[in-house]
Design a protein around this ligand. Sequence first.
Ligand code: ATP
Ligand code: MG
Length: 182
Amino acid sequence: MEGEFMAEKQGLILVNTGNGKGKTTAALGLAMRAWGQGLKVLVVQFIKGNWKYGELEAARRMGPDFVIRQMGEGFVQHCTENERPNHELAAAEALHTAKEEIAAQKWDMIILDEINYAVKFGLVAVDDVLSLLEEKPAALHVVLTGRDAHPQIVDKADLVTEMKEIKHHHKKGIKAQKGIEF
Ligand code: ATP
Ligand code: MG
């Protein structure tokens, strides 16, 4: 690209939030665009679903410059008191991994998938996320996804997009579809 948009490399903080579908898939679209430009992309998933996600197979085929690490424990909203420590441990491990990978300086883009949700449910402290963003290398792009992004994270970000539900097929009883939900 030429002209005024071709600025020097500056790492951005991006947030995909809101109650509509598309937060994770938009981040993966961005990841594909970045990968196609030769950037190295890491996805750290803070909340793991129990589906066989298509993007895991895609990343496997794309090779070492597009890596997805599933760290979370699944959905926490309805977990019992007994299960909660497992979620906390998994989230702490995910955060630790994210910090390590950032410090390793081998990635151009890191996606922290569902980290907003982990903050919302108290599995990750917002201050830890803020310091991670504060300390990131200047050229690294960081994308944070999940509903109900914390206001301090929104404040810190350069680009924030809210997905807004207009319609969702679940509401009329259509189940999750291969290639759309997983
Ligand atoms: P996707 O991974 O499809 O981009 P998302 O990241 O925006 O979705 P999450 O909050 O991570 O959404 O929820 C994951 C799952 O919940 C997805 O399979 C998605 O289809 C479903 N979902 C997302 N938004 C809604 C909604 N408004 N109503 C019902 N189900 C939803
Ligand atoms: Mg998501």
